[in-house]
Ligand binder design. Structure first.
Ligand code: NA7
Length: 535
C-alpha cells in the first residue's frame, strides 16, 4: 500500500509509543499512519540487538496494560526481558491489533512543516519508493528517548579495517566473536550488558573505560511462575498502583531517610535489598538522591561489593565510580559484569589515564599502547531525548525551527507539546518522566492523554492546539527547579546532555515522579487544557 497524501494523524516512529498511539487513533476513528526508519517495528528494541541487551524493568511490568487479554495470554519467560523476547512481543502486538497496514517501514521522516493557513503539517519522508509528502492535521513524535545512536569523535575511526559495530545500530545477522580480538569502547549500560557475553566468546576482550559506572546485579533468571501467576491475577490493581508511583513500577520507595539512621543500620538495609536485584537497591531509602551523605553510603556499599566481586584489587579500584552520585546516571543492571574481569581473556584499559589517541586500520592506539583488534564494539550511547527529533527539520508557526527553539536546551509544556508548534505532540518528550520511569507506564499515560485531547478538540470544533509560551516557560522552570533540589544535576549524564559535546546542559526529564506528573496532566485536562491555546 502506498503512503497516503492526507491523513488525520501522522505518527513518527513505530516503537512501543508509536504502536499504541496508532491503535488508539484507530479506536477514535481517525485516519493515521506511522513512519518508521527501521525495516521492522520495535524502536529501541529493534536497533539495540547487541549481545546481552536486556530491559532493566521486570517483564510483567515492561509491557502494555491496555488490553487484558494480551496481558493474560502473553507469557514472559525471564524475570528481565531480553531484547529478542521484547522484539517478539512488540511484533506480536503489531499483528494482534493489525497495525502493520498503517506502518510504513524503511521510511524516514526528514522534515515536518506547519502550514498555518490550513492548520496542517506537511511531512516529507524518504522511503523505498523515494520521497513523499503527507499532509496531516496532527503530527505525533513517537521518536524514542534513546534512538539516536552517537558515534564517538575519535580520529581515524573510519580507517579501521576490522569489524566496527555500534550497540545501538547492531546488525541483524548473528555476530560470532569466536577466536577474535575484540575491543569495547564505553562502559554505560550497553557496554556493561554486552561485555560479559562477548567475553565468553572472544579470544580476548579489551574494555576501554573512560568513566566507571555504578552497576548492580539483576539476579535475572527464568521467571518465577508463582510470582508471575500472582501478578497476572492482580494485574488491574498492580497497573493502577504503578500509575501513581514514582517510577511507574508497582513497588514504592521505602519511606525512610538513610540520614535518619546509623551507618550500620543503613548497611543492613542495603544488604537486605541487594539480593532483590536491579533497581530495588535504589528504592530502599527516600533521600538517596536528595542527601549527599545518604548517597555516599550507598555508593560506598556498591564499591565494597565491587571489591568482593573483582579478584584483582587494582582492577577493582579502576571499576569503582568516583565522579557522580549513585543513580545520578541511570544505574546499570547487569549479569556477571564485575566477575567478567576475573577472566583471563579480559583486560580493562583505563583510557582516563591512557587516553585513546586514534583508531588505525588494525586497532586502537592509546597514548602509551597499541591494541590490535579484529572487532571494535562502540557502546558510546545516544544523543538522548532530543536527538531523533532534531535530526528532522521541524518548522512551526512562521517557519520557526525547532532546532532554534531548543538551541539553549529542550523546551516543552509537560513534555507533550511545544510553543510555536501547533498540533504537534511528543510522547515521552523532554520535560516528562520518561527515562526516569518505567517507559511503558509513561508511554501509555501520554498516548491516552493525547487521545483524550484529540477527542476534546474534535468535540469542541477546534482545529488547532498549541502550548502557550508562558505555560511552556513555567513548565521548563518547574522541571529545572525540581531537578535542582536533587543530586542529579551533579552527574555528567545524558539526562543533562553532558555526553554530547556542545549540547546545552539542561536537565531534561521531569523528576517529580510518574504519579505526581500524571495527576498534574489530568488536572490540566480537567481545566479545559489550561496552558494550551485552542482555536
Ligand atoms: P551511555 O550510558 O551514554 O554510556 C556511554 C559510554 O561510552 C560511557 O561509558 C562513556 O564514557 C563512553 N564513551 C563515550 N564516548 C567515548 C569516547 N570518545 N571514548 C571513550 N569512551 C566513551 O550509553 P549506553 O548506550 O551504555 O546507555 C544508554 C542508556 O540506555 C542507559 O542509561 C539505559 O537507560 C539504556 P564517559 O562516561 O562519557 O566518560
Amino acid at each position: 500500500m502506498a503512503l497516503p497524501n492526507d491523513v488525520d494523524v501522522l505518527v513518527v516512529g513505530a516503537g512501543f509509543s508509536g504502536l499504541y498511539m496508532l491503535h488508539k487513533l484507530r479506536g477514535l476513528g481517525l485516519s493515521a499512519v506511522a513512519l518508521e526508519k527501521g525495516d521492522g517495528v520495535g524502536g529501541t528494541w529493534y536497533w539495540n540487538r547487541y549481545p546481552g541487551a536486556r530491559c532493566d524493568v521486570e517483564s510483567p511490568y515492561y509491557s502494555y496494560s491496555f488490553d487484558a487479554d494480551l496481558e493474560q495470554e502473553w507469557e514472559w519467560t525471564e524475570r528481565y526481558p531480553a531484547q529478542p523476547e521484547l522484539l517478539k512481543y512488540i511484533n506480536h502486538v503489531a499483528d494482534r491489533f493489525e497495525l502493520r497496514k498503517d506502518i510504513f517501514l524503511e521510511t524516514t521522516a526528514v522534515s515536518a512543516v506547519f502550514d498555518e493557513s490550513e492548520n496542517l503539517w506537511t511531512v516529507t519522508s524518504i522511503g523505498p519508493e523515494g520521497g513523499h509528502v503527507t499532509r496531516a492535521r496532527y503530527c505525533i513524535m513517537a521518536t524514542g528517548c534513546l534512538s539516536s545512536a552517537r558515534m564517538p569523535n575519535i580520529p581515524g575511526l573510519e580507517s579501521f579495517q576490522g569489524q566496527l559495530l555500534h550497540t545501538g545500530m547492531w546488525p541483524h545477522e548473528e555476530i560470532d566473536f569466536t577466536g577474535q580480538r575484540v575491543g569495547v569502547i564505553g562502559t554505560g549500560s550497553s557496554g556493561i550488558q554486552a561485555i560479559p557475553v562477548i567475553a565468553e566468546q572472544a579470544q580476548n576482550l579489551q574494555v576501554f573505560q573512560r568513566t566507571p559506572n555504578f552497576s548492580v546485579p539483576a539476579f535475572n533468571g527464568p521467571i518465577d511462575q508463582q510470582w508471575y501467576r500472582e501478578i497476572k491475577e492482580n494485574y488491574p490493581e498492580l497497573r493502577e498502583r504503578s500509575r501513581h508511583t514514582t517510577m511507574g513500577i508497582p513497588f514504592q520507595r521505602r519511606d525512610q531517610a538513610a540520614i535518619d539512621i546509623s551507618e550500620e543500620e543503613r548497611e543492613q538495609v542495603f544488604e537486605e535489598h541487594w539480593p532483590k536485584g536491579g533497581f530495588r537497591i535504589s528504592s530502599c531509602f527516600n533521600d538517596l538522591m536528595r542527601n549527599q551523605e545518604s548517597n555516599d553510603s550507598l555508593a560506598s556499599f556498591v564499591r565494597n561489593k565491587i571489591d568482593q566481586m573483582v579478584h584483582d584489587p587494582k582492577i577493582a579500584q579502576l571499576l569503582k565510580p568516583y565522579d557522580h552520585p549513585v543513580t545520578g546516571k541511570r544505574i546499570c543492571v547487569d549479569t556477571n559484569y564485575y566477575a567478567t574481569y576475573n577472566r583471563d581473556n579480559v583486560e580493562l584499559i583505563d583510557v582516563k589515564s591512557d587516553p585513546i589517541q586514534e583508531i588505525t586500520a588494525h586497532g586502537i592506539q592509546t597514548e602509551d599502547h597499541f591494541f590490535e583488534l579484529d572487532t571494535i564494539v562502540v557502546a558510546t550511547g545516544f544523543d538522548a531525548m532530543t536527538g531523533a527529533m532534531l535530526h528532522m527539520d521541524i518548522r512551526g508557526r512562521g517557519g520557526a525551527s525547532l532546532r532554534e527553539h531548543w538551541e539553549a536546551g529542550a523546551r516543552t509544556y509537560l513534555g507533550l507539546a511545544v510553543a510555536g508548534f501547533p498540533n504537534m505532540f511528543t510522547i515521552a518528550g523532554p520535560g516528562s518522566p520518561s527515562v526516569l520511569s518505567n517507559m511503558l507506564t509513561s508511554i501509555e499515560q501520554h498516548v491516552e492523554w493525547i487521545s483524550d485531547h484529540l477527542v476534546h478538540l474534535r468535540e469542541g470544533g477546534y482545529t488547532s492546539s498549541e502550548a502557550a509560551t508562558v505555560a511552556e516557560d513555567e513548565w521548563v522552570d518547574h522541571v529545572r527547579e525540581l531537578s535542582e533540589k536533587t543530586l542529579f544535576p551533579s552527574a555528567n549524564s545524558w539526562y543533562l546532555g553532558a555526553n554530547v559535546p556542545g549540547k546545552p546542559r539542561v536537565f531534561m526529564p521531569y523528576i517529580g515522579g510518574v504519579g505526581r506528573y500524571r495527576a498534574h496532566c489530568t488536572d490540566i485536562a480537567s481545566r479545559d487544557y489550561e496552558g494550551f491555546v485552542l482555536k
